[in-house]
Ligand binder design. Structure first.
Ligand code: GLA
Length: 371
């Protein structure tokens, strides 16, 4: 009985840049989703999860299509459907798929990408399709577009497929060229703080941001030929910005262009062991996501802004899509206790909610646990 695994992720910097052809800098976590696959003789895909009450059966003899009511099974079904469509392969028998995940759900740590990627990885293996990790990430991204309705970038699926322990991935989302960058953090930890906020970045709001960036490209292209916002440097943007008269579109574009530069600068700082600069860029990233991209909200702002005041915190920002989910903070090990106490107290007093903390451990990308 083969068992597979794909991880969740935390993005250290480079938010809402991926679908603009920019840079991101995520690392894979040691938590993720496990998939046990067993062939059956029913000609059914039977989707079960230890984390979800809903069970779903899909016939392999009908054309696959998205399931109604936001079913969780759209993630794995989408990956299988896209994989079959892109490779021209057909399933000759049914399979029982049993998922078990330990990525906190709704925490912005890519539990859905880990389900999509583990499924694409498993079927690529069992049907011997020969796709590379990056090709599997593209299949999983397409599943998210067509079966979950979110026009996401490539970051989450890419890192889930290509992650490497003790490294972050500096990824150019236009060319998909990437470098592993070792995380030598010495006496510093990556601390995730779950806001447990009821607000979520839903598909509608996310797709709206994607659209606003496209609108910015359309306006700017009348004056300067660009394909995507990543084609502009910060100084190009300063020259051209007066042509964008809509203040919302202007702010969205400014976030993307400056965030891409911050991501480059942050990776350079890390390579020079300059964590202080890396941390300042994380804080600036949060401010830009708060003021220009408007995807933070009171909960994430309280978490980040409280963290900035605490000695031993090198940097702190929201991570992932935004609104709910987690912040990521770099904290000196001897300050973690005080950090957790202070953030939890201030957060409870301000929002009435209970924050939860995880020390992040990096891990590898999608893999086979048992043949
Ligand atoms: C979500 C998407 C990613 C990326 C982030 C924001 O996690 O799935 O593609 O756009 O939001 O950086």
């Amino acid at each position: 009985m083969p068992i597979y695994f794909a991880p969740g992720r935390v993005n250290l910097i480079g938010e809402h840049t991926d679908y603009n052809g920019g840079f991101v800098f995520p690392c894979a976590l040691d938590f993720g989703t496990r998939l046990t696959l067993t062939a059956n003789s029913e000609r059914l895909l039977r989707f079960r999860s230890m984390n979800m009450a809903e069970t779903v059966d899909v016939s392999i003899d009908q054309p696959f299509r998205p399931l109604p009511n936001h079913s969780w099974a759209n993630y794995p079904l989408g990956s299988i459907a896209v994989l079959m469509q892109q490779t021209g392969c057909r399933l000759e028998k049914g399979y029982d798929l049993l998922f078990e995940g330990n990525v906190p759900l709704g925490a912005g740590l890519s539990s859905s990408a880990s389900i999509e990627v583990v499924t694409a990885y498993a079927f690529n293996d069992i049907l011997q399709l020969g796709l590379s990790p990056t090709q599997l990430a593209l299949v999983a991204q397409q599943a998210e577009h067509t079966y979950a309705g979110v026009n996401c970038g490539i970051m989450d699926q890419f890192i889930s497929a290509n992650g490497k322990q003790d490294n972050a991935v500096f990824l150019n989302c236009d060319t998909l060229q990437f470098d592993y960058v070792p995380l030598h953090l010495d006496d510093v930890s990556i601390v995730l703080t779950n806001s447990h906020s009821p607000h979520k970045l839903d598909a509608g709001t996310y797709n709206q941001r994607v659209k606003e960036c496209q609108q910015a490209v359309n306006i700017i292209s009348r004056h300067k030929p660009i394909r995507q916002l990543a084609d502009l440097t910060v100084s190009d943007f300063q020259e051209i910005q007066s042509t964008i008269t809509n203040p919302v579109i202007l702010r969205r574009a400014r976030h993307v262009v400056t965030e891409i530069q911050r991501t480059r600068d942050a990776v350079k700082a890390l390579r020079n062991n300059d964590l202080a600069t890396f941390g300042q860029l994380m804080n600036q990233s949060h401010q830009s996501l708060r003021d220009d991209y408007e995807v933070t909200g009171q909960e994430l702002d309280t978490l980040a802004q409280t963290a900035w005041q605490i000695p031993g915190v090198i940097g702190s920002r929201m991570t992932g899509g935004g609104f709910g989910g987690c912040t990521v903070s770099l904290v000196r090990n001897d300050a973690i206790g005080h950090f957790q106490q202070t953030v939890a107290d201030t957060y409870r007093q301000t929002t009435g909610l209970q924050a939860e903390f995880y020390i992040a451990h990096t891990g590898g990308g999608a893999r086979t646990l048992q043949q």
